[in-house]
Design a protein around this ligand. Structure first.
Ligand SMILES: Nc1ncnc2c1ncn2[C@@H]1O[C@H](COP(=O)(O)OP(=O)(O)O)[C@@H](O)[C@H]1O
Ligand SMILES: [Mg+2]
Length: 507
């Protein structure tokens, strides 16, 4: 058989979602038996490409070749047969079924075999044995809902791998794993490669771990290939970070203009005497004081920033952080109490942490105000206030009685910001507030938050996009992969390279 040089070649791949052009002629080549790190900033299009290679999305243009064969509609056949196996960023197992049932159901259905518990067990143990014989015996009859995330991932890998597996696509498999779990996953990957010779495409933002497991890397930026199959020995962390940086100019604004509007925050790590409305949070020997009007960035893997955000917004009963306002302990029993105490919260996880999908826009706009004022619904006044807000924020909506699902993701996100505008919180906590938002809406959100800061609101902003932190924050608190604070970067030290070093994350 004539061997093509690559197991998989993707050429000039183009893909848009509505007006958003995600892939603009992207190339990727994967060789047999290699671990290939696929790198790029958040929203760069990595998951989209993985879904195209695994037949979950249709491409708008470009060619795919797998093992010498041009792939058109046949992608799905290779995925069905397990030659191309994929574990998506969002895991897809059914928690109320057993491991055996999750693995066996699709296969038995394919084989049009009658379902029996015994057949399911046998199939599952077979599939799992390929990746971990001990785990196979021990886990087959357990409920997926009772497994750790790491164990669920092993089940997903086993479920998607066929006996002739050639390519395994892993989309951010370690994002929420501990260091020990990551080491175990890597051991599984190495054994799989040794035993089957399959190739692995692996998405991760963690530099150390990328260097531990991968041979080569490809970097996506602005929908194109910025770095094509470069050996990890031949590229420095700094170069990787620089190549990943999404261009701030892509919306027509110049980098220089962006710099001039950068807020100079009055935040600092200090033992500082109590001032009015000063918020201090401390842990071990670290003490950060947040003054009104300042924007403090949080950087790093989710664990560290989430713990601090939960402590500030009443989402955690216990916390390693001691939070004080003007020297008095500040601890809220729940997010409602935090809102009444002058703390606002906006998450980029709109679907789970913000948008009330079954209520009209007006209720979404007024949700925080109702919690704060503990009052009943005053329809006429609210609709009038809502109309003023929508106009001031340049939000185009049909009617305030429409459901939020009629709005674009970016407009929904502005709605979450709008909720807090009239309440003038003393502290606004933002958790990746621009996730999945187009660049123009991002700029609008930056402007709104800067305006709130200018009026004296203190802001804590967690972002996984370093460009965003560099542009908005004069001070950034960085966390390592285990959630420990690694230090405070200030002024000119807030740049993408230092953030990558302080967090162990490339972006
Ligand atoms: N199903 C979808 N519908 C609309 N937009 C999408 C969809 N999937 C992804 N996007 C958008 O495409 C862009 C790339 O997303 P994604 O591939 O998930 O990036 P990455 O995995 O690199 O973080 C983002 O702007 C995202 O909002
Ligand atoms: Mg992704």
């Amino acid at each position: 058989m004539a061997q093509t040089p690559f197991l998989l070649s993707a050429r000039s791949i183009v893909k848009s979602f509505g007006p958003t052009q995600v892939l603009r002629g992207f190339d990727l080549s994967i060789a047999r038996g290699e671990v290939h790190a696929f790198l790029g900033g958040n929203g760069a299009g990595k998951s989209t490409l993985i879904k195209i290679i695994s037949g979950q999305h249709e491409r708008d243009g470009g060619t795919l070749e797998f093992d010498g064969e041009a792939l058109g509609a046949t992608v799905a056949a290779h995925v069905e047969a397990g030659a191309i196996a994929v574990v998506n960023q969002e895991l897809a197992l059914l928690p109320h079924l057993s491991v055996a049932e999750n693995i066996a159901m699709p296969r038995l259905r394919r084989a049009t075999q009658k379902y029996s518990e015994r057949a399911a067990q046998a199939l599952a143990v077979d599939a799992l044995s390929l990746i971990d014989p001990h785990f196979a015996r021990e886990s087959a009859s357990r409920l997926v809902g009772d497994l750790t995330l790491h164990e669920r991932q092993l089940v997903e890998i086993a479920r998607s791998l066929g006996s002739g597996a050639r390519l395994l696509l892993l989309d951010e498999p370690t994002a929420n794993l501990t260091a020990a779990e990551t080491a175990r996953l890597f051991a599984v990957i190495r054994r799989l490669i040794a035993e089957t010779g399959l190739a692995v495409l692996f998405v991760s933002h963690r530099m150390r771990e990328i260097r531990q497991i991968a041979d080569v890397c490809t970097i996506i930026r602005d929908g194109k290939t910025a770095v094509d199959r470069v050996a990890l020995d031949a590229i420095t962390d700094r170069e990787i970070v620089e190549c990943m940086g999404q261009s701030v100019e892509s919306d027509g604004q110049t980098g220089a203009a962006a710099k001039t509007i950068r807020t100079r925050a009055a935040t600092g790590a200090s033992a500082g005497g109590a001032q009015r409305d000063e918020i201090t949070f401390a842990q071990a020997d670290l003490r950060v004081t947040l003054r009104p009007g300042s924007i403090l960035g949080l950087a790093g893997a989710p664990t560290g920033p989430s713990a601090l955000i939960n402590a500030l917004t009443g989402l955690a009963a216990e916390s390693a952080w001691d939070v004080e306002r003007d020297g008095a302990p500040l601890r809220f029993a729940n997010p409602g109490a935090a809102a009444r105490g002058g703390v606002g919260f906006i998450s980029g996880d709109r679907a789970n942490k913000g948008i009330l999908e079954t209520l009209p826009i007006v209720d979404n706009l007024m949700a925080a105000q109702r919690v704060v004022e503990r009052r009943s619904v005053a329809r006429r006044a609210e609709v009038e206030q809502g109309a003023r807000l929508l106009e001031a924020l340049n939000m185009r909506v049909g009617s305030q009685w429409d459901l939020p699902s009629t709005l674009s993701g970016g407009t929904q996100q502005k709605l979450l910001v709008a909720r807090w505008l009239t309440l003038k919180p003393k502290l606004l906590v933002l958790e990746e507030p621009t996730r999945g938002v187009d660049i123009r809406t991002k700029r609008e959100i930056y402007a709104l938050i800067r305006e709130m800061a200018a009026q004296g609101c203190a802001v804590v902003w967690w972002s996984t996009e370093y460009v965003e932190l560099v542009e908005l924050c004069d001070t950034v608190l960085a966390f390592d992969l285990d959630g420990r604070p690694t230090g405070v970067l200030t002024h000119a030290d807030v740049n993408e390279t230092n953030l990558a070093n302080a967090t162990g994350m490339a972006a």
